[in-house]
Design a binder for this molecule. Sequence first.
Ligand code: C5P
Length: 232
Amino acid sequence: MSPLIIALDFAQPERALALAKQLGRKRCRVKIGKELFTRSGTALVEKLVKQGFDVFLDLKYHDIPNTVARACLAAADLGVWMINVHALGGRNMLLAAREVLEKRRERPLLVAVTVLTSFNSLDLYAVGLHGQLEENVLRLVRLSYNCGLDGVVCSPHEIVRIRQTVGPDFKIVTPGIRPVGSLQDDQKRVMTPVEALKLGADYLVIGRPITAVSEPLQALLEIEASIEEVAT
Ligand code: C5P
């Protein structure tokens, strides 16, 4: 199965469904984020799951442990493939999320967001997290790993240090991916699909290089061809 996760960042569920259909469930997984979910709710998630798509429900839960655990259970009931939480929710929240999912026979992968890639060191300092950005990321990676999560979402530039910290089985999911020649948009530090996979990423989240071009399937096929040597 492909390492590509396409971010369905649309306001209308019809557009998300149409793109998913055009790309096909054998070619990619799909990600539903806060905007699309808030507009279209669980109906869209259930539709895509029913059509056989692996759905990453990207709602980044961060709340008291009981609330997050119950939200994770609700997401698992939708049949999604992957969900995420903020590692900054702390040990008890991470453990509660993992424990509630462990009781199920089939469960989604549970990954943590460490430090948002929109943060720089000054932003971190302003919320009381002192030290280098990378130190903070690695501390939250270790916390997520020790709490039994399945992986983390991170910038492609953090892959190497994270891999050294956690070993081969912990999943690394990375946005900020741009194929050669595509627009950088608002992503500050990007990497190509081949580079990110070579460094050790398991899954690549790709949005606008597929969703905002006139020939999305063609764009996906080109990325597929480019990663053939590393993804097999
Ligand atoms: O269009 P683009 O490829 O930049 O989309 C990347 C996707 O990954 C978006 O859905 C964005 O919200 C998400 N994401 C990100 N950076 C993070 C976490 C998630 O770009 N740190």
